[in-house]
Design a protein around this ligand. Structure first.
Ligand SMILES: Nc1nc2c(c(=O)[nH]1)N[C@H]1C(S)=C(S)[C@@H](COP(=O)(O)OP(=O)(O)OC[C@H]3O[C@@H](n4cnc5c(=O)[nH]c(N)nc54)[C@H](O)[C@@H]3O)O[C@H]1N2
Ligand SMILES: Nc1nc2c(c(=O)[nH]1)N[C@H]1C(S)=C(S)[C@@H](COP(=O)(O)OP(=O)(O)OC[C@H]3O[C@@H](n4cnc5c(=O)[nH]c(N)nc54)[C@H](O)[C@@H]3O)O[C@H]1N2
Ligand code: SF4
Ligand SMILES: [Mo]
Length: 877
């Protein structure tokens, strides 16, 4: 008799993608992967996951993983090294640089994708022991304006509300947020509130997104003018007598100056409409809704933050909530949606260059307090350089040693190509990552350190609602990978600080972090995890999601702040802020007449180092594209499905053209996900201007002046291979994840038959079999090694390119969705199948589509798109 199979228990962990912070149950399987489901007990998602969360199983493979430390050799290649040699190189390199050039010559560049423990240890080493506050993070590109706005208004970087407010609100305003794609599980919660309780949803975005399609009211605001809209709202609320005078009186200061400025910027409906490009009727509807609906939450994200006036935008929003006393009460408040899984945890440890630690800044008292707590030999005493300035200092040769952890700045910073080049100037360039190659690693670090990845690492993250959750390991560390915090502690020990970094476990680090937050706090800062500083190892292991201000019993009940004032300012009052008049930093010109807006797609995560491995996720939007209004396209000679060169003062890309009436005239949109690793010319960071907000240092990543021009490719096709192919420079290509293969979409002006001569170089060491269809001008070649199909290339006229289905007949295998983008990632249902079902009247509602095709029945991330398709269909017929 067989013994019963012992299934390992599911690990309770947290999704590594967005700031919603969904709980995940991961049960390891026999193939080194895991079965992933939502954790029904996690308060953030109650069992739900979005398409990215459900596809985590497809991203756990070790393909492309960095498994051993590597050192750069004299010839520029990297060779495997042992940990001892690698750590010594890092420690000696930083030590030498500090001795020679002072602590200002070193920098750490961290990430909201690190765990709190990783972040804490890196911050402690740099700011307390190496004497440099040049510790910044990709949160500078993400949440910095919110941090600065919160600190100005509340005296501390605190999100007052919680997710339950989104269930209880009667009005949800989304400003610069494409939540349907970027915070899908939270968006489902908002939509449920709308459906079940009749809450109204307002979306404010220059672009009609899928999120906007689900809204009661959509405001297609002119880029960069949010401050005018919320100034107009404040003026209107004052005029309508909707102010909460007693709250203003008791808990705030500087109201009069803020109202005066708001009236200067936008006195009435007409002025607001003129300043925002909206019509008066739409503005009036929004203002009236806000006036009449006390239970209002205003959620905001990168359309607000990523702006050279992002801090003012945040404060213009916060002003309206303070003025109405709609803050910290059920269903009310300004609510920043955080981006990365641990954007909030990074803010808590003080990972930004202008914060010290535990919500303390660089005031002499704070510096002294942290010095004593850490027993720090070399405290940084003033703010360090913020990301953009930090990399400019690298470019000028002033910063000579840099350690990059868990971020890909050669793609995500403005002027990415120039920043990539600057990295090559460093005397010491260290990267800790999970992958063997990305655009940053392409700049050839001296030292590559293998970090454990999601599923292998242990620690905590904090989500948008201040809820601290555990990430737990459920897979063994592969190769020689180590946790990020341990790598930093190992370096610290080699620099002579073994005692201060003698952490045994992530739990040790967490306890110290919690203790620092409570040290001499006495209620000065809301961020106080003192109750968690004495967790035992067992309690840390079992730690359930807990929202701070942490109750002593660690229960997961929702906490709100500031309903009755109690702000973290010396007088305990909030500050109203008078914002500057809104204006984008760069004007459009005849040469660059369009605004380049950049952002995210539903099924990819940033530079695709993880989601890029999932065939299921690739099918939604497989190619890099530029979205443009049909009339602008016409004016600039672009055709839907053709190609365009998008240029700014800083660089250029070549992208597929998607015309779309939801794009406003004068604006174009390009997704951020494509890199030099996965496409020939689609890294949009190369195009972005480095203009930053004066308070937050956050770059204006959504408004660079740009030009477009058509690019003709006569031939199109695709290729697939076991190993990634290297394309000649004249070929446009974009990589697409496929099961067990590397796929590429390609376009070229070389006559297909010329590939007869080029194919042998592309598929070296393979036996080639060609199938040439001269009548239709189609060239096909299959490459075999040892009798197995090793690759294939299909190329034909751009107007009638070969179809993946041709390949399917050859390989008998999967491809990307054949007919248009896949809408439902869970069941791979394409847009054509959905339209067919509607046209043939097999389906007439979202529920019918689910019954007929299963689309939308698992994670529900595609439901907003299904509703949009249904809506378009109804209006077309
Ligand atoms: N699928 C997916 N989800 C993600 C991520 C991902 O990579 N993929 N990344 C995560 C991270 S780190 C972040 S920070 C969040 C970001 O989440 P979001 O902020 O929702 O995402 P974005 O697409 O960057 O930008 C949001 C919107 O801002 C709009 N916008 C541009 N300019 C303006 C303006 O001047 N005013 C207003 N009101 N709106 C404007 C854009 O048109 C865009 O639709 O997403 C998180 N979730
Ligand atoms: N134009 C434009 N630029 C933008 C934005 C935009 O909207 N427009 N958005 C900005 C925003 S909001 C963000 S958050 C950034 C994101 O930009 P990045 O942070 O540069 O993007 P990622 O691709 O997430 O890079 C993460 C890297 O860390 C690695 N990694 C993942 N987990 C771990 C880990 O646990 N340890 C270690 N050591 N490595 C790990 C991954 O393999 C990957 O190489 O982009 C910013 N840049
Ligand atoms: S919404 Fe999706 S990406 Fe965000 S945490 Fe939840 S499952 Fe992960
Ligand atoms: Mo972000």
């Amino acid at each position: 008799m067989n013994a019963p199979v012992q299934r390992p228990p599911a690990a309770r962990t947290t999704c590594p993608y967005c700031g919603v912070g969904c709980g995940v149950l991961a049960r390891p399987n026999e193939n080194g992967g895991a079965i992933i489901i939502g954790d029904p007990d996690h308060p953030a998602n109650l069992g739900r996951l979005c398409s990215k969360g459900f596809a985590l199983d497809e991203t756990l493979g070790l393909n492309g993983r960095l498994l051993h430390p590597m050192l750069r050799q004299a010839d520029g290649t990297h060779a495997r090294a042992d940990w001892d040699a690698a750590l010594t190189t890092v420690a000696d390199g930083f030590g030498r640089t500090i001795e020679r050039d002072g602590p200002g010559a070193i920098a750490f560049y961290l990430s909201g994708q690190l765990l709190t423990e990783d972040y804490y240890v890196a911050n402690k080493l740099a700011k307390g022991f190496l004497g440099s506050a040049n510790v910044d993070t990709n949160s500078r590109l993400c949440m910095a304006s919110t941090v600065a706005g919160h600190r100005r208004a509340f005296g501390e970087d605190v999100v007052p509300g919680c997710y339950e407010d989104l269930d209880q609100a009667d009005l949800i305003v989304l400003v610069g947020s494409n939540a349907a794609w970027c915070h899908p599980v939270l968006f489902q919660r908002m939509v449920r509130n709308r459906r079940e309780r009749g809450a109204k949803l307002v979306v404010i975005d220059p672009r009609r997104t899928v999120t906007a399609d689900d809204a009661d009211l959509f405001l297609a605001i002119a880029p960069g003018t949010d401050t005018a809209l919320f100034s107009g709202l404040l003026s209107y609320l004052a005029g309508a007598g909707t102010l909460d005078r007693s709250y203003i009186e008791a808990h705030t200061t500087d109201f009069d100056a803020a109202l005066a400025r708001a009236s200067e910027i936008a006195l009435d409906l007409a002025a607001t409409a003129a300043a925002t490009g909206l019509d008066e009727g739409t503005v009036a509807r929004f203002f009236d809704l806000f006036r009449a609906t006390p239970r209002a939450v205003t959620c905001f994200s990168q359309g607000v933050n990523q702006s050279a006036q992002g801090t003012d935008k945040v404060n213009a929003i916060v002003n309206c909530h303070l003025a109405t006393g709609r803050i910290g009460k059920p269903g009310m408040g300004p609510f920043s949606l955080t981006g990365q899984p641990n954007a909030m945890g990074g803010r808590e440890v003080g990972g930004l260059a202008n914060q010290l630690a535990a919500h303390m800044g660089f005031a002499p008292d704070d510096v002294d307090r942290v010095r004593r707590f850490w027993d720090a030999p070399r405290m940084a005493e003033r703010e360090g350089l913020k990301a953009v300035q930090m990399f400019e200092a690298i470019e000028r040769g002033e910063i000579k040693a840099l350690w990059v952890m868990a971020t890909n700045p050669a793609l995500s910073l403005p002027r990415a190509a120039a920043m990539q080049a600057a990295l090559r100037k460093l005397d010491l360039f260290v990267v800790s990552d999970n992958v063997l190659s990305n655009d940053t690693i392409a700049a050839s670090p001296h030292v590559l350190l293998p970090a454990t990845a999601w599923g292998e690492k242990d620690g905590t993250v904090t989500n948008s609602e201040r809820c601290i959750s555990r990430q737990r390991a459920f897979l063994p560390p592969p190769g020689e990978a180590r946790p990020d915090w341990r790598i930093v502690a190992d370096v610290a020990a080699r620099m002579g600080f073994a005692e201060a970094f003698a952490f045994r476990t992530a739990g040790d680090v967490f306890r110290e972090h919690a203790a620092l937050s409570a040290f001499e706090n006495d209620g000065a800062r809301a961020f106080d995890l003192g109750a968690l500083a004495s967790l035992s190892d067992a309690e840390f292991d079992a730690f359930a999601p807990t929202q701070w201000p942490a109750p002593a019993n660690h229960s997961a009940t929702s906490e709100r702040l500031f309903a009755n004032g109690g702000f973290s300012t010396p007088d305990r009052k909030a500050r109203f802020i008078a914002p500057e008049h809104p204006a984008l930093r760069q004007a459009v010109t005849a040469k660059f007449p369009l605004r380049l807006n950049t952002g995210r797609l539903r099924d990819q995560w940033h530079s695709m180092t993880r989601t890029g491995a999932s065939p299921r996720l690739a099918a939604h939007r497989p190619e890099p594209f530029v979205e443009i209004h049909p009339l602008d396209a016409k004016q600039h000679g672009l055709a839907h499905n053709g190609f365009a060169r998008v240029r700014t003062q800083h660089g250029e890309c070549v992208l597929k053209v998607v015309t779309c009436a939801g794009q406003q005239r004068g604006s174009i949109f390009v997704p951020i996900h494509w890199s030099a690793e996965n496409a020939s010319a689609a890294r949009v960071g190369d195009l972005v201007a480095p203009d930053t907000d004066p308070f937050s240092g956050q770059p204006e990543a959504k408004a660079t002046p740009a030009a477009v021009a058509p690019v003709a490719f006569a031939y199109r096709g695709f290729a697939l291979s076991r190993e990634p192919l290297s394309w000649p420079v004249d070929v446009w290509w974009a990589r697409v994840a496929m099961p067990d293969a590397s796929g590429c979409l390609i376009a070229t002006n070389d006559v297909p038959m010329t590939w007869h001569d080029r194919a042998p170089a592309l598929f070296s060491d393979a036996v080639l079999t060609e199938y040439i269809d001269r009548a239709h001008g189609i060239y096909r070649v299959a490459a075999f090694t040892d009798g197995r199909l090793a690759g294939a290339l299909f190329l034909g006229p751009a107007a009638t390119p070969p179809q993946w289905s041709d390949l399917r007949s050859m390989t008998g295998g999967a491809g990307i969705a054949e007919s248009g983008p896949a809408i439902c990632a869970c069941f791979n249902v394409g847009v054509s199948a959905i339209r067919d079902a509607l046209t043939s009247r097999k389906a007439a509602s979202v529920d019918d589509i689910g019954t007929a095709l299963r689309a939308g029945t698992k994670c529900g991330t595609c439901l907003p798109e299904l509703r949009s398709i249904l809506h378009d269909h109804a209006h077309a017929h």
